[in-house]
Ligand binder design. Structure first.
Ligand code: PLP
Length: 330
């Protein structure tokens, strides 16, 4: 951790980490891999600061809290068109026939997995030809194969599926470099970061090290196809219990948009009972089932089934849910 980031050894370490990213996602040669800081929220600003200057306009497909925040941040730097109708209650990906794109948009933005609501795109959205597609993959990065060539830019904080907080992994197509707004802060400037191989300033070396170790493990376990197989299996185990609980557990997300990563549900007949949810969390914690509380903005329960959660862990949660229902149903 104390190696100079200007040393040859450090450069080798960076190259090795980039190589495993490229290998797992089959990143084409005309894309650059950047290790940045500032988290997903930093990217909410970096994306418009680097990409909106062509027309000053961008399309945002808002399907949950994180894409909503990204759209609000982008509106500071340009004109944002909401592709799908605005709503306070996110329950899935609205039908493609209702989407309206701005013909002048510099890019189309979406969030692949809305962590708070548990809404996931299971396909790459179809967008107007030639307009770069930008995607926030913070909470489903490296959970399934990705066709990078369909995107202009992909980013995600490492702290969910690929390591610990501190590094944000950006993959950008080369032709999108070189057009930042003049006000773009240097450390959010993809062109400068790329020219300096992510070493413009001191990088978060420990977080990059952990990311490299996690991805080496992912590769050893079978890579993207295996992570996807496990994610589908794990989420199905929990959704099946919800769907077979005669309303004791409920999930209000349209089935085709249900997240494989974040299974969000309420406990208690009639759409949720806060007292019962408190009891659920307490009892679960006694059994070592932790971090199940839903985001404060939506309440309820959220089971985050990231790559580090095993099938056995998920089975323990499933068993707990079955028993809890038996003990508490009306
Ligand atoms: N995007 C998504 C999908 C997230 O889940 C989060 C955080 O949970 C963010 C962005 C914000 O990331 P950060 O906390 O790294 O700024």
């Amino acid at each position: 951790m104390e190696l100079s980031h200007r040393s040859k050894d450090f450069a080798k370490f960076m190259d090795k980490t980039e190589a495993v990213v490229r290998d797992l996602l089959c990143v084409p040669d005309n894309y650059r891999v950047l290790f940045m800081q500032g988290g997903g929220s930093g990217q909410f600003a970096a994306v418009p600061l680097n990409l909106i200057s062509r027309t000053g306009k961008a399309d945002y497909i808002v399907t949950g809290s994180w894409s909503s925040k990204a759209a609000k941040e982008a509106a500071k730097y340009g004109k944002v068109n909401y592709v799908v109708a605005k709503t306070e209650r996110y329950t899935g990906v609205p039908d493609r026939s209702s989407w309206t794109f701005d013909p002048d948009a510099s890019y189309v933005y979406y969030c692949a997995n809305e962590t708070i609501e548990g809404v996931e795109f299971h396909d790459v959205p179809e967008v107007p030809k030639g307009v770069p597609l930008v995607c926030d993959m913070s909470s489903n990065y490296f959970s399934k194969p990705v066709d990078v060539s369909k995107y202009g830019l992909i980013y995600g904080g490492a702290q969910k599926n690929i390591g610990c907080a501190g590094v944000t992994l950006v993959i950008i197509r080369e032709d999108l470099l070189g057009k930042p707004q003049p006000i773009c802060p240097t450390i959010l400037d993809y062109t400068i970061m790329s020219k300096n191989k992510s070493l413009y300033n001191t990088p978060p070396s420990f977080a990059i090290h952990v990311l490299g170790e996690v991805l080496a493990w992912v590769k050893k376990e079978g890579g993207m196809a295996e992570m996807e197989r496990r994610s589908v299996q794990k989420s199905k185990m929990i959704y099946t219990i919800i769907d077979n609980s005669s309303g004791f557990y409920s999930n209000n997300i349209q089935p085709r948009s249900r997240s494989y990563m974040n299974v969000v549900f309420r406990v208690g007949e009639g759409g949720g009972n806060e007292e019962l949810e408190k009891k659920f969390l307490e009892k679960a914690a006694h059994q070592g089932l932790l971090s199940l509380k839903g985001h404060r903005s939506v309440g309820g329960i959220r089971a985050s089934l990231y790559n580090a959660i095993t099938i056995d862990d998920t089975q323990r949660l499933a068993n707990f849910m079955k028993n809890f229902r038996e003990e508490n149903k009306i």
